[in-house]
Design a protein around this ligand. Sequence first.
Ligand code: ADP
Ligand code: ZN
Length: 617
Amino acid sequence: MDVIEDPALQDPAIQDPALEVLGRVFGYDAFRGPQREVVDHVVAGGDALVLMPTGGGKSLCYQVPALLRDGVGVVISPLIALMQDQVDTLRTLGVRAGFLNSSQDRAERRAVEEAFLAEELDLLYVAPESLGGGASPTARLLERGRIALFAIDEAHCVAQWGHDFRPDYLALSMLHERWPDVPRIALTATATRATHTEISTRLQLDDALHVVAGFDRPNIQYRIAPKNEPRKQLLDLLRTEHPGDAGIVYCLSRASVEKTAEFLVGQGIAALPYHAGLDQRTRATHQSRFLREDGLVMVATIAFGMGIDKPDVRFVAHLDLPKSVEGYYQETGRAGRDGLPSTAWLAYGLADVVQQRKMIDSSEGDAAHRRVLSAQLDAMLALCETVECRRVRLLAHFGQESSPCGNCDTCLNPPESWDATVPAQMLLSTVLRLQRERGQSFGAGQSIDILLGRRTDKVAQHSHDELTVFGIGTDLTEGQWRGVVRQLLAQGLLAVQGEYGTLALNEASGPVLRREREVLMRREPDRPVRAARARGGKAAAPELPASAAGAFERLRAWRAVTAKEQGVPAYVVFHDATLRQIATEEPATLAALGTIGGVGATKLEKFGDQVLAALHG
Ligand code: ADP
Ligand code: ZN
């Protein structure tokens, strides 16, 4: 019997259209994690809800099906400012992509509309508000074309108590009613059960395929340090561990963003501010510079970052405490999308706890809302004060079990827990005496001065030196006392009240005062953890050998020029990870170059010869 020698039958890619698209268009040879399952399900016309960490590869989950199904894939994304980059990225891959949003003039819009109707697009990005509940021009346009699928990006924006809530997302439930036959895929990196359930209910995705990918980001090293001299600590991090790297520094307020950026610039670091108080143009320029140029540090409020696709953000530093673990996870998740080692560093101190508790007390909304905020803060504080592996705690928050990671500050340099029952009693009884004997309440500073026996003006003025607790706490330093207060607040054994954030006892303080319960606290190790120690850890990227390092630099230089010519961010041309692999494997031919991860057919054709020239040049 004859064996049929049809090469098409031998080539698995041809029997497997999804794999063929993955290889030809995106240059990858295998799907990652749950991508395959999602792609197959959506290609077959099913709905899906995908929870996957940042960098997990959500985009391919809808891009591949959009290329495989008839019609245009419509992507609903709140990130208007990033649509241009998303579309540029796809075009470099040879994908026909366009967007519709308020930044366009009429002619541009017309051109995209016509391309959509003629099915000359694979993907069309639109903003949620442009769907306007269904009666808008965009919604009417969509009715006239053929739609392959709806992808609802950043789907957690539909969650009303979430930190990114957008009212426009609520109207997206109409997609299902108007286009019952078009599959929908909702995607988010926000992972709590509550958010998950809310997305599912609001978008009517109960019957959808639910996929929850693991939330671990093994290449991110998590570190939480006590805030002593925040600027100095930050500078140290940038200078010794991340010189010349791109990164994000998060601050709570606009003012501290401005001051921190100024400070860094004064220290010779290329930093830019970003917050909602800057005018639209400045924000857009700074964002685009951060994406396009190498090695910029963005100092920002949390207004910055949702959907920032820049793969080579090497560190995310928090100078203030995030309000929730979800926020922390999402913000730190912007580091290291390319899978290379990255740092998530947070400095946190007593003032953070006082300030956040105060903010919650004075926040608008009903008691139930305040309870939610307060529970979120408690979870964040517990993560800060844990003596366990940070990653274990973080993943446990998202319902995922794991074992100690070896790549966080507590694993690398285990803190001790110490019995702080006696200092806790001293502090609480100082607050109690001020309250009972004097009817007064003060901030942490005054209690600490009293315990340390300091005759400051304020102590003298109130004759606090006559209190029996005066001077009984000289075994601890001021810094240690601040740590005690911070941890009492974090553990909910002490409260903050009023406009000035003064200390007050609460129900949980009683048992400590009566010696009915012990108080354990985290003792910081003497030496702070440095990334250098972790380089040998499990997430470390191998250092490039000297020969490859030279080639890598040449390739980067070529990429910088090419990106500038094309008017796109460097990573749109090729990722660092791809350039590293090229530098190490030194492909001699175009065919060999084509086998490298991230080199698809279009890029090979467009850039192949130049890359080989730069590599062997
Ligand atoms: P997310 O949107 O989930 O944050 P992206 O879709 O931006 O993640 O993907 C993150 C990175 O992983 C991108 O650089 C992408 O090219 C890469 N990636 C995604 N899927 C694969 C895959 N199957 N093989 C190799 N790289 C992949
Ligand atoms: Zn760990």
